[in-house]
Write a protein that binds this ligand. Structure first.
Ligand code: FES
Ligand code: FE2
Length: 396
């Protein structure tokens, strides 16, 4: 059951009681020259930011399935150097990319069948991470020498990794993305590397008012920022929803859906699902049935956020649609529009990160506005998760 926690822009200046209580406890007096609009100022105790420790007990996307093959590859994720490959039976494997002997990176070695041979002195490891051979000591069966094997779960088109407590790696917690395997849908996809902390990217995804400004030329329309919204929360999830009646579609959708110049009723909602996953859902209703009587169109915009380091993020995205199905022209058109928009996001987030990192002003606080309610709630959830992990068993 979802719990509604706040309601649209009508309540401007009157945030939930809990938020106001936290604010008064956390925030010092307003510095001179800043106008308090009565919503929130970011206090360090309750709200995650770029310095909050990464959350490890969570599934994150390690790679696209197509990237994992019979070649040794590496990727730095959650501050771990990870080696990945596929066994001859097709199973995806992720191991620590660091030989137990002298820390040589194993991706510089080679595969012997399904075993990994270190390229420095030849220690050899199974896909489970056990050392089975020490060439300089051939008569000894290595015991208790090994490297960490990360739990992985492949649900195409992704290979997911768990860098936290392996005992807690429940595969049922891999987020749903069935649209990417549904024959009734087609999807565009891509990958970006963002030089900013992943919390800022989650915030960007929950704050779609930036569409009207940062992305005015592609995915945004001018009225988007002013549309009323509702926020709902359930456990550690947050959802923000907007309804836009009788709107022209943005360039991202109007051509692929063959609805250029047609006014449709739009709903758009965004879900913070886990620290590694954000899912946005868009639907349009064309009451006139412009295309042969069709009235309903849907798109799922899926975002996998995998921290690389504390201050950099791997960003895997896919946009699935139930229209223009199988149309390669539409797939590449959407990919190009999204790439343009996400490059704008990347640029903005890297600028913000640069300013926050370099201009250290003691006592300075960012100001929040009503549209930030969903992202502030998400940041509280991330802070709670980080606090929980800080008091638990150390990560591998
Ligand atoms: S560093 Fe790998 S075998 Fe020596
Ligand atoms: Fe954006």
């Amino acid at each position: 059951m979802l719990t509604q926690v706040s309601d649209s822009k009508q309540g401007e200046g009157a945030g939930p009681v809990q938020e106001r209580a936290e604010r008064s406890a956390a925030a010092p007096a307003m510095p001179e020259g800043l106008r308090d609009i009565g919503i929130n100022r970011v206090g360090p105790k309750h709200i995650a930011d770029r310095d909050t420790p990464l959350i490890r007990d969570c599934w994150y996307v390690l790679a696209w399935s197509r990237e994992v093959g019979r070649e040794l590859k590496r990727r730095f994720v959650l501050e771990r150097d990870v080696l990945f490959y596929r066994t001859r039976d097709g199973e995806a494997v992720a191991l620590q990319n660091r030989c137990a002997h002298r820390s040589f990176p194993l991706h510089q070695g080679w595969l012997d069948g399904d075993h990994v041979v270190c390229g420095y002195h030849g220690l050899t490891y199974t896909p489970g991470g056990d050392c089975v051979r020490i060439p300089s000591d051939p008569n000894t069966r290595p015991r208790r020498i090994g490297i960490h094997r990360f739990p992985v779960k492949e649900v195409p088109p992704f290979v997911w990794i768990w860098t936290g407590d392996p005992e807690a790696a429940d595969e049922s917690l891999v987020p749903d993305h069935h649209w990417l395997n549904d024959p009734g849908w087609s999807f565009s996809s891509g990958t970006k590397h963002v030089g900013a902390n992943y919390v800022a990217l989650h915030e960007n995804l929950l704050d779609l008012t930036h569409f009207s400004f940062l992305h005015a030329g592609n995915v945004g329309t001018l009225d988007y920022a002013e549309a009323p919204f509702t926020i709902e929360a359930e456990g550690d999830r947050v959802n923000i929803k907007r309804t836009l009646p009788s709107q022209a579609l943005p360039a991202l959708y109007d051509r692929p859906a063959n609805l250029v110049g047609v006014r449709v009723d739009r709903t758009s909602d965004s879900d913070f699902v886990t620290p590694g996953w954000h899912a946005a859902h868009a639907s349009f209703h064309d009451p006139a049935g412009t295309n042969g009587g069709r009235t309903r169109y849907r798109a799922e915009i899926l975002h996998a956020l995998t921290p690389e380091t504390q201050y950099t993020t791997h960003y895997f995205w896919a946009l699935a649609r139930d229209f223009a199905q199988g149309d390669e022209g539409a797939t590449s058109y959407i990919a190009e529009a999204i790439e343009t928009a996400f490059e704008e996001d990347k640029d903005a987030l890297e600028w913000i990160d640069h300013i926050q990192r370099t201009e250290r002003r003691s006592g300075y606080h960012e100001v929040s506005v009503p549209a930030d309610k969903a992202s502030l709630r998400m940041r509280r959830i991330l802070q709670r998760m980080a606090d929980r992990e800080a008091s638990a068993v150390p990560a591998v």
